[in-house]
Design a protein around this ligand. Structure first.
Ligand code: CAP
Ligand code: MG
Length: 430
Protein backbone atom coordinates (compact mmCIF):
# COMPACT_ATOMS: atom_id res chain seq x y z
CA UNK A 1 0.00 0.00 0.00
CA UNK A 2 1.67 3.26 -1.10
CA UNK A 3 2.21 5.68 1.81
CA UNK A 4 -0.55 8.30 2.14
CA UNK A 5 0.63 11.69 0.79
CA UNK A 6 -1.80 13.85 2.75
CA UNK A 7 -3.94 13.59 5.88
CA UNK A 8 -6.70 16.12 5.20
CA UNK A 9 -9.31 13.39 5.73
CA UNK A 10 -8.34 13.33 9.42
CA UNK A 11 -9.91 16.79 9.75
CA UNK A 12 -13.33 15.61 8.62
CA UNK A 13 -15.75 14.14 11.15
CA UNK A 14 -19.27 14.40 9.77
CA UNK A 15 -21.95 14.45 12.50
CA UNK A 16 -19.28 15.17 15.14
CA UNK A 17 -20.98 16.85 18.09
CA UNK A 18 -18.88 19.89 19.02
CA UNK A 19 -17.95 20.39 22.65
CA UNK A 20 -19.53 23.41 24.39
CA UNK A 21 -16.05 24.94 24.47
CA UNK A 22 -15.43 24.59 20.73
CA UNK A 23 -15.32 27.74 18.62
CA UNK A 24 -17.46 27.06 15.56
CA UNK A 25 -17.14 28.71 12.15
CA UNK A 26 -19.63 28.83 9.32
CA UNK A 27 -18.13 29.09 5.83
CA UNK A 28 -19.55 29.38 2.34
CA UNK A 29 -17.26 27.31 0.11
CA UNK A 30 -16.88 26.23 -3.50
CA UNK A 31 -14.34 23.49 -4.27
CA UNK A 32 -12.06 24.06 -7.26
CA UNK A 33 -12.51 21.89 -10.34
CA UNK A 34 -11.55 18.29 -9.61
CA UNK A 35 -11.81 18.70 -5.85
CA UNK A 36 -14.64 17.05 -3.95
CA UNK A 37 -16.59 18.82 -1.20
CA UNK A 38 -14.99 16.58 1.41
CA UNK A 39 -11.49 17.22 0.07
CA UNK A 40 -12.19 20.95 0.22
CA UNK A 41 -13.71 20.73 3.70
CA UNK A 42 -10.74 18.77 5.04
CA UNK A 43 -8.34 21.34 3.62
CA UNK A 44 -10.24 24.23 5.23
CA UNK A 45 -10.31 22.55 8.66
CA UNK A 46 -6.68 21.42 8.39
CA UNK A 47 -5.06 24.63 7.13
CA UNK A 48 -6.97 26.79 9.63
CA UNK A 49 -5.97 24.64 12.60
CA UNK A 50 -3.06 22.19 12.91
CA UNK A 51 -2.51 20.51 9.55
CA UNK A 52 -0.25 20.81 6.54
CA UNK A 53 -0.24 19.56 2.94
CA UNK A 54 1.52 16.27 3.50
CA UNK A 55 1.83 13.41 5.98
CA UNK A 56 4.68 13.88 8.44
CA UNK A 57 7.39 11.60 9.72
CA UNK A 58 6.66 12.50 13.36
CA UNK A 59 3.38 13.72 14.87
CA UNK A 60 3.17 15.26 18.39
CA UNK A 61 0.49 13.74 20.59
CA UNK A 62 -1.22 17.11 21.14
CA UNK A 63 -2.30 17.34 17.50
CA UNK A 64 -5.07 14.80 18.05
CA UNK A 65 -6.53 17.11 20.71
CA UNK A 66 -6.41 20.35 18.70
CA UNK A 67 -7.38 19.23 15.22
CA UNK A 68 -10.32 21.20 13.84
CA UNK A 69 -13.18 19.07 12.58
CA UNK A 70 -15.29 19.77 9.50
CA UNK A 71 -18.50 18.32 10.85
CA UNK A 72 -21.40 19.66 8.82
CA UNK A 73 -21.40 19.95 5.03
CA UNK A 74 -24.72 21.30 3.76
CA UNK A 75 -24.43 22.11 0.06
CA UNK A 76 -22.06 25.06 -0.18
CA UNK A 77 -22.11 25.67 3.57
CA UNK A 78 -19.58 24.15 5.93
CA UNK A 79 -19.29 24.17 9.72
CA UNK A 80 -15.94 23.59 11.39
CA UNK A 81 -15.43 23.01 15.12
CA UNK A 82 -12.16 24.41 16.55
CA UNK A 83 -10.98 23.14 19.96
CA UNK A 84 -10.41 26.00 22.39
CA UNK A 85 -6.77 25.03 22.94
CA UNK A 86 -5.98 26.37 19.46
CA UNK A 87 -6.70 29.94 20.57
CA UNK A 88 -4.67 32.26 22.76
CA UNK A 89 -7.03 34.05 25.13
CA UNK A 90 -7.85 37.63 24.07
CA UNK A 91 -5.75 37.48 20.90
CA UNK A 92 -8.03 38.58 18.05
CA UNK A 93 -5.26 38.80 15.41
CA UNK A 94 -4.25 35.19 16.11
CA UNK A 95 -7.85 34.04 15.78
CA UNK A 96 -8.07 35.74 12.38
CA UNK A 97 -4.74 34.21 11.30
CA UNK A 98 -6.39 30.83 11.91
CA UNK A 99 -10.01 31.01 10.79
CA UNK A 100 -9.46 33.78 8.22
CA UNK A 101 -5.88 33.23 7.13
CA UNK A 102 -4.19 30.91 4.61
CA UNK A 103 -7.43 29.14 3.71
CA UNK A 104 -8.57 31.97 1.44
CA UNK A 105 -5.59 31.29 -0.82
CA UNK A 106 -5.93 27.52 -1.16
CA UNK A 107 -5.92 26.36 -4.80
CA UNK A 108 -8.36 23.59 -3.82
CA UNK A 109 -11.02 26.27 -3.34
CA UNK A 110 -12.66 28.35 -6.04
CA UNK A 111 -14.37 30.55 -3.45
CA UNK A 112 -14.47 30.78 0.33
CA UNK A 113 -16.26 33.19 2.62
CA UNK A 114 -16.17 33.26 6.42
CA UNK A 115 -19.79 34.04 7.28
CA UNK A 116 -19.92 33.72 11.07
CA UNK A 117 -18.19 32.36 14.15
CA UNK A 118 -19.83 31.22 17.37
CA UNK A 119 -17.63 32.12 20.35
CA UNK A 120 -18.00 29.84 23.39
CA UNK A 121 -18.25 31.45 26.84
CA UNK A 122 -14.81 30.01 27.64
CA UNK A 123 -13.43 32.23 24.83
CA UNK A 124 -15.67 35.24 25.37
CA UNK A 125 -14.80 35.52 29.08
CA UNK A 126 -11.34 36.94 28.22
CA UNK A 127 -12.82 39.96 26.38
CA UNK A 128 -14.38 42.98 28.08
CA UNK A 129 -16.65 43.97 25.18
CA UNK A 130 -17.88 47.58 24.98
CA UNK A 131 -17.11 49.99 27.83
CA UNK A 132 -20.24 52.09 27.35
CA UNK A 133 -22.37 50.01 24.97
CA UNK A 134 -25.70 51.10 23.53
CA UNK A 135 -27.27 52.20 26.83
CA UNK A 136 -24.10 53.95 27.96
CA UNK A 137 -24.12 56.02 24.78
CA UNK A 138 -27.73 57.03 25.35
CA UNK A 139 -26.82 58.07 28.90
CA UNK A 140 -23.76 60.04 27.74
CA UNK A 141 -25.89 61.99 25.25
CA UNK A 142 -29.06 62.05 27.37
CA UNK A 143 -31.10 60.71 24.45
CA UNK A 144 -33.65 58.23 25.73
CA UNK A 145 -35.60 56.85 22.77
CA UNK A 146 -34.98 58.37 19.35
CA UNK A 147 -32.04 57.42 17.10
CA UNK A 148 -28.78 59.20 17.94
CA UNK A 149 -27.94 61.71 15.20
CA UNK A 150 -24.68 62.87 13.69
CA UNK A 151 -23.09 64.35 10.60
CA UNK A 152 -19.74 64.62 8.90
CA UNK A 153 -18.73 68.07 7.61
CA UNK A 154 -18.72 67.74 3.82
CA UNK A 155 -16.70 67.92 1.60
CA UNK A 156 -14.82 65.14 3.45
CA UNK A 157 -11.58 67.09 3.57
CA UNK A 158 -10.91 70.74 2.73
CA UNK A 159 -12.08 72.78 5.69
CA UNK A 160 -9.57 74.49 7.92
CA UNK A 161 -9.96 73.58 11.60
CA UNK A 162 -11.75 76.88 12.16
CA UNK A 163 -14.17 76.28 9.26
CA UNK A 164 -14.68 72.68 10.43
CA UNK A 165 -15.66 73.89 13.90
CA UNK A 166 -18.09 76.41 12.39
CA UNK A 167 -19.84 73.61 10.43
CA UNK A 168 -19.91 71.56 13.62
CA UNK A 169 -21.61 74.41 15.49
CA UNK A 170 -24.28 74.70 12.80
CA UNK A 171 -24.83 70.93 12.92
CA UNK A 172 -25.26 70.94 16.69
CA UNK A 173 -27.54 73.98 16.57
CA UNK A 174 -29.73 72.16 14.09
CA UNK A 175 -30.38 69.59 16.80
CA UNK A 176 -27.83 66.86 16.07
CA UNK A 177 -26.05 65.08 18.92
CA UNK A 178 -22.72 64.40 17.21
CA UNK A 179 -20.30 65.73 14.62
CA UNK A 180 -18.11 63.06 13.06
CA UNK A 181 -14.78 63.28 11.28
CA UNK A 182 -14.74 61.59 7.93
CA UNK A 183 -12.95 58.25 7.64
CA UNK A 184 -9.95 59.73 5.82
CA UNK A 185 -9.62 62.91 7.90
CA UNK A 186 -7.07 62.61 10.68
CA UNK A 187 -4.67 65.57 10.67
CA UNK A 188 -3.77 67.75 7.70
CA UNK A 189 -1.65 70.87 7.46
CA UNK A 190 -4.79 73.00 7.24
CA UNK A 191 -6.85 71.02 9.76
CA UNK A 192 -4.50 69.68 12.42
CA UNK A 193 -6.06 67.22 14.85
CA UNK A 194 -4.98 69.16 17.94
CA UNK A 195 -6.32 72.43 16.52
CA UNK A 196 -9.63 70.83 15.51
CA UNK A 197 -10.07 69.19 18.93
CA UNK A 198 -9.70 72.51 20.77
CA UNK A 199 -11.77 74.61 18.35
CA UNK A 200 -14.56 72.01 18.30
CA UNK A 201 -14.55 71.90 22.12
CA UNK A 202 -15.18 75.65 22.27
CA UNK A 203 -18.05 75.32 19.77
CA UNK A 204 -19.44 72.33 21.66
CA UNK A 205 -19.54 74.28 24.90
CA UNK A 206 -21.28 77.18 23.12
CA UNK A 207 -23.83 74.87 21.48
CA UNK A 208 -24.52 73.07 24.77
CA UNK A 209 -25.05 76.42 26.50
CA UNK A 210 -27.39 77.71 23.80
CA UNK A 211 -29.41 74.50 23.39
CA UNK A 212 -29.23 72.96 26.84
CA UNK A 213 -28.49 69.65 25.09
CA UNK A 214 -25.51 67.29 25.36
CA UNK A 215 -23.23 67.61 22.32
CA UNK A 216 -20.23 65.48 21.40
CA UNK A 217 -18.02 64.50 18.46
CA UNK A 218 -16.54 61.44 16.81
CA UNK A 219 -13.02 62.74 16.23
CA UNK A 220 -10.87 60.39 14.17
CA UNK A 221 -7.77 59.13 16.00
CA UNK A 222 -6.95 56.54 13.27
CA UNK A 223 -3.20 56.07 12.97
CA UNK A 224 -0.23 54.31 14.56
CA UNK A 225 -1.30 52.79 17.88
CA UNK A 226 0.84 54.95 20.20
CA UNK A 227 -0.35 58.02 18.33
CA UNK A 228 -3.94 56.85 18.79
CA UNK A 229 -3.36 56.53 22.54
CA UNK A 230 -1.93 60.07 22.63
CA UNK A 231 -4.90 61.42 20.66
CA UNK A 232 -7.45 59.57 22.81
CA UNK A 233 -5.93 61.17 25.91
CA UNK A 234 -6.01 64.58 24.23
CA UNK A 235 -9.70 64.07 23.43
CA UNK A 236 -10.41 63.08 27.00
CA UNK A 237 -8.56 66.11 28.37
CA UNK A 238 -10.71 68.34 26.12
CA UNK A 239 -13.93 66.85 27.49
CA UNK A 240 -14.76 64.56 24.60
CA UNK A 241 -16.33 61.21 25.46
CA UNK A 242 -16.00 59.43 22.10
CA UNK A 243 -13.07 58.48 19.89
CA UNK A 244 -13.43 57.34 16.28
CA UNK A 245 -11.28 54.57 14.81
CA UNK A 246 -11.22 53.16 11.27
CA UNK A 247 -11.13 49.65 12.66
CA UNK A 248 -10.30 47.74 9.46
CA UNK A 249 -7.36 49.90 8.39
CA UNK A 250 -6.09 50.01 11.99
CA UNK A 251 -6.60 46.30 12.62
CA UNK A 252 -7.83 44.25 15.54
CA UNK A 253 -4.57 44.56 17.46
CA UNK A 254 -4.77 48.34 17.80
CA UNK A 255 -8.51 48.25 18.41
CA UNK A 256 -7.83 45.93 21.34
CA UNK A 257 -5.21 48.36 22.70
CA UNK A 258 -7.47 51.39 22.29
CA UNK A 259 -10.38 49.51 23.88
CA UNK A 260 -8.23 49.25 27.03
CA UNK A 261 -7.13 52.90 26.83
CA UNK A 262 -10.57 54.33 26.03
CA UNK A 263 -12.11 52.10 28.67
CA UNK A 264 -9.73 53.53 31.26
CA UNK A 265 -10.75 57.02 30.10
CA UNK A 266 -14.46 56.14 30.20
CA UNK A 267 -14.71 56.89 26.47
CA UNK A 268 -16.81 55.18 23.82
CA UNK A 269 -15.28 53.92 20.56
CA UNK A 270 -16.97 54.72 17.24
CA UNK A 271 -15.93 52.08 14.70
CA UNK A 272 -15.85 53.24 11.08
CA UNK A 273 -15.51 50.26 8.74
CA UNK A 274 -13.76 51.83 5.72
CA UNK A 275 -12.17 49.06 3.57
CA UNK A 276 -14.71 46.44 4.66
CA UNK A 277 -16.13 46.23 1.14
CA UNK A 278 -12.74 44.95 -0.09
CA UNK A 279 -13.58 41.62 1.55
CA UNK A 280 -17.29 41.58 2.39
CA UNK A 281 -18.95 42.71 -0.82
CA UNK A 282 -18.48 39.47 -2.80
CA UNK A 283 -21.15 37.04 -1.56
CA UNK A 284 -18.92 34.08 -2.43
CA UNK A 285 -15.47 35.09 -1.21
CA UNK A 286 -13.97 36.98 1.74
CA UNK A 287 -15.28 37.76 5.22
CA UNK A 288 -18.82 38.85 6.03
CA UNK A 289 -19.66 42.22 7.58
CA UNK A 290 -21.66 40.15 10.07
CA UNK A 291 -18.42 38.52 11.29
CA UNK A 292 -16.50 41.82 11.28
CA UNK A 293 -19.22 43.46 13.38
CA UNK A 294 -19.25 40.45 15.70
CA UNK A 295 -15.53 40.43 16.43
CA UNK A 296 -15.60 44.19 16.95
CA UNK A 297 -18.39 43.77 19.54
CA UNK A 298 -16.28 41.11 21.25
CA UNK A 299 -13.20 43.36 21.30
CA UNK A 300 -15.37 46.18 22.58
CA UNK A 301 -16.26 48.99 20.19
CA UNK A 302 -19.44 50.80 21.32
CA UNK A 303 -20.95 51.61 17.93
CA UNK A 304 -20.18 50.40 14.38
CA UNK A 305 -21.36 51.18 10.85
CA UNK A 306 -23.70 48.53 9.47
CA UNK A 307 -24.98 50.21 6.29
CA UNK A 308 -28.31 51.69 5.25
CA UNK A 309 -29.63 49.16 2.69
CA UNK A 310 -31.23 52.09 0.84
CA UNK A 311 -28.33 54.56 0.66
CA UNK A 312 -25.34 54.83 -1.66
CA UNK A 313 -23.26 51.89 -0.39
CA UNK A 314 -23.63 48.11 -0.48
CA UNK A 315 -25.60 45.94 1.98
CA UNK A 316 -29.09 44.42 1.60
CA UNK A 317 -31.97 45.08 4.00
CA UNK A 318 -31.70 41.54 5.34
CA UNK A 319 -27.95 41.86 5.91
CA UNK A 320 -28.16 45.30 7.54
CA UNK A 321 -31.03 44.30 9.82
CA UNK A 322 -29.35 40.99 10.69
CA UNK A 323 -26.11 42.69 11.71
CA UNK A 324 -27.97 45.29 13.76
CA UNK A 325 -29.98 42.60 15.55
CA UNK A 326 -26.82 40.64 16.33
CA UNK A 327 -25.14 43.76 17.74
CA UNK A 328 -28.04 44.55 20.07
CA UNK A 329 -29.01 41.01 21.13
CA UNK A 330 -28.03 39.27 24.35
CA UNK A 331 -28.46 35.92 22.60
CA UNK A 332 -28.68 35.19 18.86
CA UNK A 333 -30.39 31.87 18.19
CA UNK A 334 -29.26 29.70 15.30
CA UNK A 335 -30.89 30.51 11.98
CA UNK A 336 -28.92 31.37 8.85
CA UNK A 337 -26.14 32.37 11.22
CA UNK A 338 -24.82 30.54 14.27
CA UNK A 339 -26.09 30.57 17.84
CA UNK A 340 -24.34 33.18 19.98
CA UNK A 341 -24.84 33.73 23.70
CA UNK A 342 -23.20 37.10 24.38
CA UNK A 343 -23.03 36.60 28.15
CA UNK A 344 -21.87 39.85 29.78
CA UNK A 345 -20.78 41.51 26.50
CA UNK A 346 -22.85 44.70 26.23
CA UNK A 347 -24.96 45.51 23.16
CA UNK A 348 -23.39 47.75 20.50
CA UNK A 349 -25.19 50.61 18.75
CA UNK A 350 -25.61 50.02 14.98
CA UNK A 351 -24.71 53.06 12.87
CA UNK A 352 -26.46 53.79 9.60
CA UNK A 353 -24.78 56.18 7.21
CA UNK A 354 -24.11 56.74 3.52
CA UNK A 355 -26.30 58.66 1.16
CA UNK A 356 -29.01 59.41 3.70
CA UNK A 357 -31.24 62.51 3.70
CA UNK A 358 -34.50 63.42 5.51
CA UNK A 359 -36.68 61.66 2.91
CA UNK A 360 -34.98 58.32 3.66
CA UNK A 361 -35.04 58.56 7.45
CA UNK A 362 -38.36 56.71 7.95
CA UNK A 363 -37.23 53.85 5.68
CA UNK A 364 -33.98 53.38 7.60
CA UNK A 365 -35.83 53.52 10.92
CA UNK A 366 -38.22 50.87 9.62
CA UNK A 367 -35.21 48.60 8.96
CA UNK A 368 -33.21 49.40 12.10
CA UNK A 369 -35.79 50.63 14.61
CA UNK A 370 -34.99 53.49 17.00
CA UNK A 371 -31.96 51.91 18.67
CA UNK A 372 -29.51 53.10 16.08
CA UNK A 373 -27.35 56.07 15.10
CA UNK A 374 -28.24 57.94 11.93
CA UNK A 375 -25.35 59.76 10.27
CA UNK A 376 -26.70 62.16 7.69
CA UNK A 377 -23.97 64.26 6.15
CA UNK A 378 -24.43 65.30 2.53
CA UNK A 379 -28.10 65.03 3.42
CA UNK A 380 -27.93 68.07 5.71
CA UNK A 381 -25.11 70.15 4.19
CA UNK A 382 -26.87 69.91 0.83
CA UNK A 383 -30.14 71.31 2.24
CA UNK A 384 -31.29 74.39 0.28
CA UNK A 385 -31.03 76.48 3.44
CA UNK A 386 -27.77 74.97 4.71
CA UNK A 387 -26.52 72.76 7.49
CA UNK A 388 -28.55 73.97 10.47
CA UNK A 389 -31.82 73.73 8.56
CA UNK A 390 -30.74 70.38 7.10
CA UNK A 391 -30.17 68.97 10.57
CA UNK A 392 -33.52 70.39 11.70
CA UNK A 393 -35.16 68.66 8.72
CA UNK A 394 -33.69 65.31 9.79
CA UNK A 395 -34.88 65.83 13.38
CA UNK A 396 -38.37 66.58 12.02
CA UNK A 397 -38.27 63.42 9.88
CA UNK A 398 -37.33 61.39 12.98
CA UNK A 399 -40.20 62.95 14.95
CA UNK A 400 -42.64 62.06 12.15
CA UNK A 401 -41.32 58.52 11.88
CA UNK A 402 -41.54 57.96 15.64
CA UNK A 403 -45.14 59.17 15.63
CA UNK A 404 -45.95 57.08 12.55
CA UNK A 405 -46.83 60.20 10.56
CA UNK A 406 -46.45 60.64 6.81
CA UNK A 407 -43.47 62.88 6.01
CA UNK A 408 -45.31 64.98 3.45
CA UNK A 409 -48.13 65.68 5.91
CA UNK A 410 -45.65 66.50 8.66
CA UNK A 411 -43.78 68.79 6.27
CA UNK A 412 -46.85 70.99 5.88
CA UNK A 413 -46.03 72.51 9.27
CA UNK A 414 -42.27 71.88 9.28
CA UNK A 415 -40.67 74.08 6.68
CA UNK A 416 -37.11 72.71 6.88
CA UNK A 417 -38.45 69.22 6.16
CA UNK A 418 -40.56 70.53 3.29
CA UNK A 419 -37.53 72.18 1.69
CA UNK A 420 -35.55 68.92 2.00
CA UNK A 421 -38.39 66.92 0.42
CA UNK A 422 -38.68 69.51 -2.36
CA UNK A 423 -34.98 68.92 -3.18
CA UNK A 424 -34.49 65.18 -2.65
CA UNK A 425 -37.97 63.71 -2.17
CA UNK A 426 -37.34 59.98 -1.50
CA UNK A 427 -34.35 59.76 -3.85
CA UNK A 428 -32.09 56.73 -3.28
CA UNK A 429 -28.52 57.76 -4.22
CA UNK A 430 -26.17 55.34 -5.96
C1 CAP B 1 -21.24 59.10 4.55
C2 CAP B 1 -19.78 58.81 4.79
C3 CAP B 1 -19.54 57.52 5.48
C4 CAP B 1 -20.16 56.35 4.80
C5 CAP B 1 -19.52 55.09 5.32
C6 CAP B 1 -19.00 58.81 3.49
O1 CAP B 1 -21.36 60.35 4.02
O2 CAP B 1 -19.22 59.81 5.60
O3 CAP B 1 -18.13 57.35 5.54
O4 CAP B 1 -21.47 56.34 5.13
O5 CAP B 1 -20.25 54.03 4.81
O6 CAP B 1 -17.86 59.20 3.59
O7 CAP B 1 -19.55 58.37 2.52
P1 CAP B 1 -22.77 60.74 3.38
P2 CAP B 1 -20.81 52.90 5.77
O8 CAP B 1 -23.78 60.69 4.51
O9 CAP B 1 -22.61 62.13 2.82
O10 CAP B 1 -23.06 59.73 2.33
O11 CAP B 1 -21.58 53.65 6.82
O12 CAP B 1 -21.64 52.04 4.87
O13 CAP B 1 -19.61 52.22 6.33
MG1 MG C 1 -17.23 59.07 5.34
Amino acid sequence: MPEKIDWYDEFIKIDHIPSKNDLICLYYFEPARGITEKQAAGRIASESSAGTWTTLHKMPEMVEKIKAKAFDINGKYLKVAYPLDLWEPKNAPQLLSGIAGNIFGMKALKNLKLLDASFPQAYIKHYKGPEQGMQGIRSLLKVKKRPITGAVPKPKIGFTAAEHAEVAFETWMGGFDLVKDDENLTSTSFNQFEDRVLRMAKMRDRAEKETGEQKDALLNITGETNEMIRKARLLHDSGWRFAMIDVVTCGTSSVQTLREECGDLGMAIHAHRAMHAAFDRNPKHGISMYFLAKIMRLIGVDEIHVGTAIGKLTGSKKEVAGIADMLRASHVFEGEMLDQDWGKIKPVLPVSSGGLHPGLVPSVMKILGNDCMLLVSGGIHGHPKGTRNGAAAVMQAIEAAMDGLDLKDYARKHYELKQALDKWGYYKPK
